[in-house]
Design a protein around this ligand. Structure first.
Ligand SMILES: CCCCC/C=C/C(=O)SCCNC(=O)CCNC(=O)[C@H](O)C(C)(C)COP(=O)(O)OP(=O)(O)OC[C@H]1O[C@@H](n2cnc3c(N)ncnc32)[C@H](O)[C@@H]1OP(=O)(O)O
Ligand SMILES: NC(=O)C1=CN([C@@H]2O[C@H](COP(=O)(O)OP(=O)(O)OC[C@H]3O[C@@H](n4cnc5c(N)ncnc54)[C@H](OP(=O)(O)O)[C@@H]3O)[C@@H](O)[C@H]2O)C=CC1
Length: 280
């Protein structure tokens, strides 16, 4: 199994879960120290793991990395195309260079990895691919570059599912909403406040999700349990896109307690609690 972005957050969690189920996990990322830390963790737990330093935007390195994984481990049954990220900015402030950096990170890079895995292995042998996107439905203000890229990845997933089906390759996407992953630590206090005040009040399940809640969707889609699922998107978002004006009047009274003008899910304690659940 390959997990890009396996050195932290959701990717790290998925790598742990896949290794605990008996898979060899090849984790890919730019930062060798992060990968090394996860390698040690997985090996301490008795799992099998290899680390591969590669920027998913660098076509040559990606092609070489996939070739190395096949040479060393003999097969690629699954790909978790998870690496990515973005910074917060209004459209008016996004430079062309910044827009392209985010699109390359969240669309072009994932495309390159998926194409190489398919061409070098899965076209002949089958497999399963999970592409990570985000809660982009109805747009993603202040993250528009990422929304544009993830929207592309959503339809790329649908196209690939049809093109690759005859080769026995399933391709699905997972769309996390607000997840209390280590990835949120890459945002500064102003961004975190924006996320808490602007986003969490609109989550019907009243909290951020956890890394393991996203991982379990990924692992399910990779598994034979999902053998008739391809071209689908599993949302892991606490119902956020379905919340509409007036939705919280439907909540039991004890859940319906706005916090400083915002819903109680915006309390830092809630975020901290979700984080705490993910500590090893
Ligand atoms: C409500 C939202 C809830 C949050 C939900 C989402 C959560 C997550 O996704 S968690 C994952 C978070 N992790 C990350 O985002 C880390 C990965 N991100 C990055 O690596 C960068 O953001 C990247 C995608 C832009 C890629 O960075 P890099 O390859 O290192 O690119 P450069 O640093 O060379 O930047 C190129 C260009 O991009 C512009 N830019 C980059 N960062 C910023 C910034 N913080 N603010 C404004 N502009 C930025 C900028 O134009 C850069 O060019 P230069 O100015 O010439 O450096
Ligand atoms: N947490 C959330 O709320 C949400 C997360 N997502 C997405 O889920 C995925 C996982 O995020 P999460 O675990 O939260 O955050 P993290 O920042 O912890 O994970 C992102 C990983 O991607 C790797 N990465 C980023 N860019 C590249 C690149 N160009 N080449 C190789 N590796 C790269 C990083 O490793 P390194 O630094 O070593 O390169 C890092 O390990 C990301 O795509 C993220 O945007 C989507 C919606 C919501």
């Amino acid at each position: 199994m390959i997990v890009t972005g396996g050195g932290s957050g959701i990717g790290r969690c998925a790598a742990h879960e896949l290794a605990s189920l008996g898979a060899h996990v090849a984790i890919v990322g730019r930062n060798p120290e992060k990968l090394e830390t996860v390698r040690i963790e997985i090996e301490e737990d008795g799992g099998s793991v290899s680390t591969h330093v590669s920027d998913i935007r660098d076509e040559e390195t990606v092609a070489a990395t996939i070739a190395t994984i096949i040479k060393d481990h003999g097969r690629i049954d699954g790909l978790v195309n998870n690496a990515g990220g973005q910074y917060r900015a209004a459209i008016k402030d996004i430079t062309t260079k910044g827009f392209e950096a985010v699109v390359r990170s969240n669309l072009t890079g994932g495309f390159i990895v998926m194409r190489e895995v398919y061409n070098q292995w899965m076209a002949e042998h089958g497999g399963s691919i999970v592409n990570m996107i985000a809660d982009i439905w109805h747009g993603w203000p202040h993250f528009s570059h990422s929304a544009a890229a993830r929207g592309g990845m959503f339809t790329l997933t649908e196209s690939a599912a049809t093109e690759f089906a005859a080769s026995g390759v399933r391709v699905n996407s997972v769309a996390p909403g607000s997840i209390a992953s280590s990835g949120l630590d890459t945002y500064d206090a102003k961004d975190t406040e924006f996320i808490q005040k602007g986003v969490s009040p609109h989550i019907p399940l009243q909290r951020f999700g956890t890394e393991s809640e996203v991982s379990s969707a990924i692992v399910f889609l990779l598994s034979p349990g999902a053998s008739f699922i391809t071209g689908s998107c599993v949302r892991v978002d606490g119902g956020a896109p379905n919340a509409r004006r007036g939705w919280w009047e439907l909540q039991p009274a004890e859940n319906n307690t706005p916090f400083n003008g915002f819903h109680r899910a915006s309390e830092p304690a809630i975020l901290a609690a979700a984080h705490q659940g993910e500590q090893r």
